[in-house]
Write a protein of this length. Structure first.
Length: 333
């Protein structure tokens, strides 16, 4: 009998598959506790428990308890955390080529974004695996706009402003600077103070961010062009994923995909509600012509070299593949 027990323990040790006692997965999240997003994560936890007959217990650490996105990536690497909900900022900390999906104006509308998420993000899965992670979900949460204290119609208008850019977005900081924009690196927590003091007068964010942090009160002009999509995802360490019997993997991932749709619908509602609230409180929405929009497209298309290429965050090969597939998709529309 003892010999059989020793053999079973050896099998668990070698394969990493969870025993009947189960596995607790610790997931970090920046979503505040009690929000609809947080409740959706809890639904994933319940689904995973049912799918695995109680063998997998997902424990959520909401509201940044587990630290910043960079902190969460580090903790997953050393085994202090198993999974995390992230924006593209966090995904980029694992595989920098992830930034390709957030290059300004590369993806231009919701249809193209859906195509990119379903057909193009899988090309990076192997890169995540090589880094020790498994992407369970790539998700979308709306689009980034410019909010400013003065009217910004064309790139030259933006160059006359002082734009706050999050200190964690070093690639974007360098890109904006190379395009002759006046960039002021600031943490998100310092952005409101920067607007109040006059240190900055322009931010780029989704409507929900401009409303939630009250930035629009000091930067009431919104340029409605879809500058870049808000992309994120859920990743789990490959080490932890291997501990779960493969027979559960597809159902667990399907539960996460369903949650991704819930994330998107909630984000869309929050963005709509945020715009409604801001419109009633002084938001001024600018009317951008096709010719003005073309100036933005041309500027950033010619400026991709600052982020794309050898030694840059996005490799030339990945960029070329994504751009070629997007062009094929557009040609077929």
């Amino acid at each position: 009998m003892k010999k059989k027990i020793h053999i079973l323990l050896l099998v668990f040790a070698v394969t990493g598959i969870l025993p009947l006692s189960g596995l607790t997965i610790k997931m970090g999240s920046l979503f505040p506790e009690g929000t609809e997003w947080d409740r959706t994560l809890k639904r994933i936890a319940q689904d995973w428990k049912e799918i695995t007959d109680g063998r997998v217990v997902l424990k959520i650490y909401p509201g940044g308890i587990a630290g910043t996105e960079e902190d969460m990536v580090r903790k997953m690497r050393i085994g202090q955390l198993d999974a995390a909900v992230m924006t593209i900022v966090g995904m980029n900390k694992i595989v920098s080529d992830s930034l390709v999906f957030s290059l300004p104006f590369l993806i231009r509308n919701d249809d193209e974004l859906d195509f990119a998420l379903s057909e193009l993000t899988p090309m990076l899965d192997d890169d995540f695996n090589e880094k020790g992670f498994v992407p369970l979900l790539w998700s979308k949460s709306g689009w980034i706009n410019f909010f400013s204290s003065q009217k910004v119609y064309v790139p030259d208008d933006l160059r006359k402003t002082k734009m706050g850019v999050d200190t964690g977005e070093q690639g974007m900081i360098e890109a904006f600077k190379a395009l002759k924009f006046n960039v002021i690196p600031l943490s998100m927590n310092d952005t409101l103070m920067g607007l109040q003091s006059g240190m900055i007068d322009t931010v780029y964010t989704a409507p929900m961010g401009a409303a939630a942090y009250q930035w629009f009160a000091l930067a009431p002009y919104r340029n409605p062009m879809e500058f870049m999509p808000v992309i994120g995802g859920i990743v789990i360490s490959e080490r932890t994923w291997r501990k779960i019997p493969p027979k559960y993997h597809e159902q667990m991932m399907e539960a996460v995909r369903e949650a991704g749709e819930a994330f998107y619908l909630e984000s869309e509602k929050i963005n709509r509600d945020a715009l409604d609230v801001m419109r009633k409180n002084g938001l001024v929405e600018l009317d951008i012509s096709d010719s003005q929009l073309g100036l933005w497209h041309d500027l950033f298309k010619d400026g991709y070299w600052m982020i794309v290429g050898e030694g840059k965050p996005v490799s030339q090969d990945v960029f070329d593949q994504v751009q070629a597939r997007l062009n094929q998709y557009r040609a077929g529309q």
